[in-house]
Design a protein around this ligand. Sequence first.
Ligand code: DGL
Length: 264
Amino acid sequence: MTKPIGFFDSGVGGLSVLKVAMEQSNTPYLYIGDTLRVPYGVRTPEEVKRFTLECIDLMAAQDPAAVVIACNTATAYALKAAQARYDFPVIGVIGPGARAAVEKSQKKKIALLATEGTVKSGHYRETIRSYDPSIEVVGVGAPDLVVAIQDGHMDDAEVEAIIARYLEEFGDFDYDTLILGCTHFPLARSVFERLIPAERGVAIIDPAVPTVQQLEAYFAPDGGDGSIQFMATDDIVAFQNIAERVLDLSGSKSVFQKVNVGGK
Ligand code: DGL
């Protein structure tokens, strides 16, 4: 039997990464969203690390082929610890996202919209600068956007006003590449595309795309049976509603289950 690929996020954001993977393969997937303790972006590095490992432990019990930390904040603060802890590969989103942005930016000016935790960690900046130290990176933390999307606002006036406000914070920084550095944000991609007109020539980077390219080796050779086990640490009905809006589950055998973790 093919081993599942696991996805972890603080909430519904990782669904944007799972969505890209589902477009490639019907291999079995596991997903856990720590909806009880979201948002992670305003938490201490120690909390993010502990919560992340507690959640991945739940998937480790199911012997996954690999686990994706489909959360930038958790990648920033827990990827190394997770890679040391488990005997399966653990893949983060920042390395692939940073590299894709470097490849796109002609002007060498990259804007990063992420959680405050991700911006503060300096992880994107360091990774980008490891490719080219002359690249300018400006980061803006967007906590209200995480909350709005987690609450299901993905393409309405409310989320549009929030995104517009955060984009203004880049001021006159003349970027040609914008990293959606929180996995919640691609769920509102259509709003970003509306607010940043094509003639500005800004490439919008979703790190999910290059991240999923790394999963090919773990996809079921027979195409997979489309089974997906979703877990959330809080109200499973609220989580399921958003998952069903974001993903096409018609060809999948999906189950939704509330799970318990260590406490707030
Ligand atoms: N989706 C997450 C990320 O990519 C975290 C959002 C949050 O919990 O603050 O950073």
